[in-house]
Write a protein that binds this ligand. Structure first.
Ligand SMILES: [Zn+2]
Length: 335
């Protein structure tokens, strides 16, 4: 399976090199990212949302919501929502924060999410674009609300809608929020994904916070003992010499230089977690991404539902891959 995903990433990268628009996106990506949207998707629809709205490399910075649960206030969800929204504030062309909900999600989940999202100081003043989506048909409905809208951006997104590829609910990817890296496609459809700064998730805390929501998600997802269930940790960076490291990993080398206090808290956590897996403190972002991947794997296994599944799983259930930020080509990590 892993080998096929790596091959597929190379095939898709070669395809992109034949499309002048995507080639220019890659050239821009070698110098930085300038996303126009922060896209907060339910974990199971993260990859499909990118296709639904026709988002290509560089279009959307990504945050994560646990499906059928409201987005928590930023202090209770510093990694799934708080960190990505704080990082996103630094981009110049921000047109809106997109929130998507599935057809059958209760109204209360939407209402509570809207109340909590505007508690983040770095979301203030940015329009919130809310959609209820039928992923089978590739259709979406705009949800009106009073938290600040942008009709032009809403209509722009509605006009771009297309039916996404099928979901492969057996594969869960942990990958950076970076707009230049998308969850890799699998032979059986697009995967579910948790997209955070550097793809990092904290250890399970046992408190009523984002880790509680994540454990609920893992419990439901892993309730059927299936050998095809699989988690991929994808670190990204300059692995082919075409430029650009993971920004969050780079900043974690010197978290004291991060000005935004919310972001500094998250980036400092990345540093603390990664250094547990470094014999010498990393001096470049690519080494930092490798040690972070090991920390993420350990943290995943602190969730009771994941640990239980891993202990009874016959095959390797969690794998680590590295992705080049610009070409999006994958390699297996020798760490
Ligand atoms: Zn990154």
């Amino acid at each position: 399976m892993i080998n096929r995903i790596v091959e597929l990433a190379e095939e898709l990268s070669n395809e992109r090199r034949k499309d002048p628009e995507l080639v220019s996106r890659m050239e821009i990506a070698a110098h930085g990212q300038f996303p126009r949207f922060l896209l907060i998707s339910p974990i199971n629809r993260s990859s499909q949302d990118l296709q639904l709205f026709g988002m290509v490399m560089g279009d959307a910075f990504h945050g994560t919501r646990v499906p059928r649960m409201p987005l928590l206030p930023p202090d209770k969800a510093p990694f799934l929502f708080g960190g990505p929204a704080a990082y996103n504030r630094g981009f110049p062309n921000e047109r809106g924060v997109i929130l998507t909900f599935e057809q059958d999600e209760p109204e209360d989940v939407i209402r509570e999410t809207l109340v909590n999202i505007v508690l983040h100081p770095d979301v203030k003043g940015i329009p919130i674009l809310v959609f209820r989506v039928d992923y089978e048909l590739g259709r979406a409905r705009i949800i009106p609300h009073g938290k600040g809208r942008n009709y032009e951006a809403e209509n722009h997104l509605i006009a771009r809608l297309r039916r996404p590829d099928d979901l492969n609910a057996d594969t869960l990817v942990l990958i950076c929020s970076d707009s230049r890296v998308h969850p890799p496609e699998t032979p059986n459809g697009v995967p579910m994904a948790i997209q955070t700064l550097a793809g990092y998730i904290p250890k399970y805390t046992g408190f009523d916070d984002e880790t509680h929501q994540l454990n609920e998600f893992f419990t439901e997802w892993l309730s059927t003992m299936s050998s095809s269930r699989h988690i991929l940790i994808v670190g990204h960076g300059n692995f082919e010499g075409e430029g650009h490291s993971c920004g969050a990993a780079l900043e974690s080398l010197n978290p004291e230089n991060v000005k935004n206090s919310f972001l500094r808290y998250v980036i400092s956590e990345l540093q603390v977690a990664a250094t547990q897996f470094e014999s010498h403190t990393s001096v470049n972002a690519e080494d930092r991404v490798r040690s972070l991947s090991l920390a993420i794997k350990e943290h995943l296994l602190s969730y009771p539902a994941v640990r239980e599944f891993a202990e009874t799983s016959l095959s390797d259930f969690i794998d680590i891959l590295l992705m080049d930020t610009v070409s999006n080509i994958l390699s297996t990590a020798d760490i």
